[in-house]
Design a protein around this ligand. Sequence first.
Ligand SMILES: [Zn+2]
Length: 111
Amino acid sequence: MKSPREPDLELRGKLIRSLGALREMLPGSFVERTRACGRPGCHCADGKRLHSQYQISVLIDGKPKALNIPAELVEKVRQKIEMRRRFDAAAATICKVNLKRFLKEKKDRQV
Ligand SMILES: [Zn+2]
């Protein structure tokens, strides 16, 4: 016995099932900074070919922090920060579906 198709519930179920894949998400935003290291013989001394340093910009206990990301972890960390964005988008959509259902339930009671 299958209930009538409810696209909102199908969407909600699909989103919920997708959240497990986002469990490694990290907070904050991904930042690239460039800088000169100060060594006179280095290629960065021309002021153009600077070094890249990647960071997580994040609030820790309400204070903004910039955490350096080791070079070999940059791609992984970038993906994990992107997971948070997808998690938030999924949560927002789920809330929207549930709010719509709440409003409908409320309205149905008033009849
Ligand atoms: Zn340098």
